[in-house]
Design a protein around this ligand. Structure first.
Ligand code: NDP
Ligand code: MG
Length: 390
């Protein structure tokens, strides 16, 4: 019987994974080791009961009494705090889904890799902030990383084991998010609730806003570079409003192999869960005749400067990814809190990157978690101190 853990179980990806596990006949088919969450301890406890988990952990120590109470009499352990999440991730499990939002997903993900487990990785921020470290840890321990981000799962599936050296380019698609068709001058006044509605995908609020600003795609360009080891010039982005083709791999002989599917994350999660096999999933089959047409356009970098920043960060190397990710998280916090406007986010991130480049450069790639966290803190401070500046 396979053992599984889900980090970030109460989020959008975590809920989709829970749905798949419940349908798979859990707990008869799987044994659940750890489930983690943060603010939503009532839901965390409900999931832990349903999946008969060994341990449930909230990131928030002040929520521990509530979690304990909700699990009373079940025999399920309760714990709290970032260290407890990392400890839960370190418990042996055959398959662990990393679906925490933001850089907070890095430490527990590294614990999974350290023990040589299989890591189904939705937390793209780990690869953006610490790609070298993450991939080196996996190589050292023999751990396997399976991509869960839909575009990266699509590349993985389209590659079909072929050698990347033979590949001409890799293209990931972007829906264009909430503001694809807005006039540029209106974007500066876009509100948080307007930015939080995605045309195609149901996702957590932060990644939905990142889709509207294209920072999500910027992170994914870096994720593609770090995970597949492909250079920046061979990574393309294409706006595709229907979100049916998620990525394609173009070969030197002129053939391109594309991955298509309904915009439903249960496909990518289920693919990673069942890999190397395929299993029936509750995902709607494609009806291309009903769709009628699929459309594509090149992304406009005036509207979405985040894409240019991603390429600059890859070229800069070293700790630039950690700084970009942290500065982006800070700018997003500032936008959500109403401190800066929608179009102020990319300039805030760019100023943080420039300040870093000017002061110290990005030095070598972070070689330890402490190193990443130090750069992360610096990125956040630089973005906060420059946010909203002229
Ligand atoms: P959500 O915001 O919906 O969920 C985040 C999860 O992380 C929740 O379980 C939340 O707990 C928990 N969490 C929040 N803050 C912390 C913290 N500081 N420490 C530990 N846990 C925390 O995010 P999504 O599910 O949308 O995204 C999760 C990851 O997957 C992200 O890295 C995202 O980029 C990636 N991804 C998401 C996709 C999607 O469709 N949503 C698609 C592709 C990738 P609680 O809710 O209890 O507060
Ligand atoms: Mg994606």
């Amino acid at each position: 019987m396979r053992s599984i853990s889900v980090l970030g179980a109460t989020g959008s990806i975590g809920e989709s994974a829970f749905d798949l596990l419940m349908r798979a006949g859990e707990p008869e088919t799987f044994r659940t080791i750890a489930l983690t969450g943060a603010s939503n301890v009532a839901r965390l406890a409900e999931m832990a009961r349903a999946l008969r988990a060994e341990i449930a952990v909230t990131a928030m120590p002040e929520k521990l009494p509530e979690l304990r109470e909700a699990l009373a009499g079940t025999g399920i352990e309760a714990a709290a705090g970032p260290e407890a999440i990392a400890e839960a991730a370190a418990r042996p499990a055959d398959w662990t889904l990393s679906a925490i939002i933001g850089a907070a997903g890095l430490p527990p993900g590294l614990e999974v890799l350290r023990r040589g487990g299989t890591l189904a990785l939705a937390n793209k921020e780990s690869l953006v902030a610490a790609g070298r470290l993450v991939m080196a840890e996996a190589a050292r321990s023999g751990a396997r990383i399976l991509p869960v981000d839909s575009e990266h799962s699509a590349i993985f599936q389209s590659l079909n084991g072929e050698n990347l050296e033979q590949v001409e380019s890799v293209t990931i698609t972007a829906s264009g998010g909430a503001f694809r068709d807005w006039p540029l001058e209106r974007l500066a006044r876009a509100t948080v609730s307007e930015a939080s509605c995605h045309p195609n995908w149901a996702m957590g609020q932060r990644i939905t806003i990142d889709s509207a600003s294209m920072f999500n795609k910027a992170l994914e360009v870096i994720e593609t570079h770090e995970f597949f080891g492909i250079d920046e010039e061979r990574i393309r982005v294409l706006v595709h409003p229907q979100s049916i083709i998620h990525a394609f791999v173009s070969h030197r002989d002129g053939a391109s192999i594309a991955h298509m599917g309904a915009p439903d994350m249960r496909h990518a999660i289920g693919y990673a869960l069942n890999w190397p096999h395929r299993a029936a999933l509750p995902v709607a089959a494609l009806d291309l005749a009903a769709l009628g047409s699929l459309t594509f356009s090149a992304p406009d970098e005036t509207r979405w400067p985040a894409l240019r920043l991603a390429r600059e960060v890859i070229r800069a190397g070293g700790a630039a990814g950690a700084v970009l990710n942290a500065a982006k998280e800070q700018a997003l916090d500032d936008f959500i809190a109403g401190r800066i406007g929608f179009m102020d986010m990319a300039p805030a991130v760019e100023r943080a990157l420039e300040a870093c480049a000017r002061e110290t450069g990005f030095s070598a790639s972070p070689a330890s978690l402490d190193d990443v966290l130090a750069w992360d803190l610096r990125g956040r401070r630089l973005a906060a101190s420059t946010a909203g500046a002229a």
